[in-house]
Every structure is written in C-alpha cells, then in structure tokens.
Design a protein around this ligand. Sequence first.
Ligand SMILES: [Zn+2]
Length: 176
Amino acid sequence: MPLPLGHAAIGLATYELSAGTSAFRRWKRFVFIVLLANLPDIDVLIGLFFRWDGNAFHRGPTHSLLFALFGGLLAYYAGRYWLKILTISYRQSALLIFSHVIADAVFTDAPVSFFWPFELYWSPGHSGWTDVIHSIIFDGFRDGWIVLGCAVGIVLSRFVRRSLEPTRSLPQVIKK
Ligand SMILES: [Zn+2]
C-alpha cells in the first residue's frame, strides 16, 4: 500500500498538475499539501488510540468521496482563514484528499469505501502501534517507484508549462 511518503509524492504531483505552479516554493503550503494527501489515514490513528488496532477503522468513511468533499471544505477554510494559505482552492483541497483514496484503490488489492455511506469496507487483520511505526519507517522504500513516477510527472509538467509560455522578447532599444 502507498505509505505516507508515497501519498505525499502523489499529493505534490496532484497539486503541481492542478495548480500549474510548484508545490515546493512555500514551506507552509508544502506541509499542508502533504497533510491533506495523508488525511484519510487519520483513521489509523483513531484505531490505534481507541482500539489499539490501526486497522479497526481503516479504509472506512475517511476513504470515501464524501469525506474528500467535506474534509476538503474544512481544510480549505482552515488553510485560508487560519493558516493564511491563499493559493489552495476548495477544488484542490478536495482533490488532494481524493488523490489518497484513488491511490489506495489503484495500488492495493483491499477495497476502499468509495461510496460510503452506501458501501463500507474495513481493512482486514490487526495492526498495533509497533506494526504501524515499523511499516512507516522501514516499508517506505517500497514507495520509491511511486515517488519516482511523481517526480517524472512533475518534471514533465514543468517542461510542458515552460514550452507553452509565450516567448519573451528582449526589450527593444530604439535608437534615434
Ligand atoms: Zn489510506
């Protein structure tokens, strides 16, 4: 499954492609994008805190289209009025959260609760604190190919953007 590193890379590429500007220019915006791209996995923390099992509520309501739309709205207002991040729209906030759901659905076999509340899936098995921490620290390298793919996507999008920019002409010096 994509881990925080992979989701962060996908989120950064999603922002760059949707905004047409670099996600790396401002640190506050960068951190915000990484957090939004990982927000659906807050259900792992909830499971760990309340059931001592990261899988207890994993891939439920937070991995749905509705959560992306609603969470995106809250994130948009929090970003704009609390954190003063003015360059992330509501559409982008929802898209960043939704990029996580799509990535989980595409890169793993276990289903996500895409159309919750009309469908609901939970992640199978048990995952304690040490399993989750071990997975984040030691299994992150498995996301290397996702990071690489996103990096290529970002570089290509910058290349296309630059080539589409109107050519700038040097100021003409009019000699009289
Ligand atoms: Zn997830």
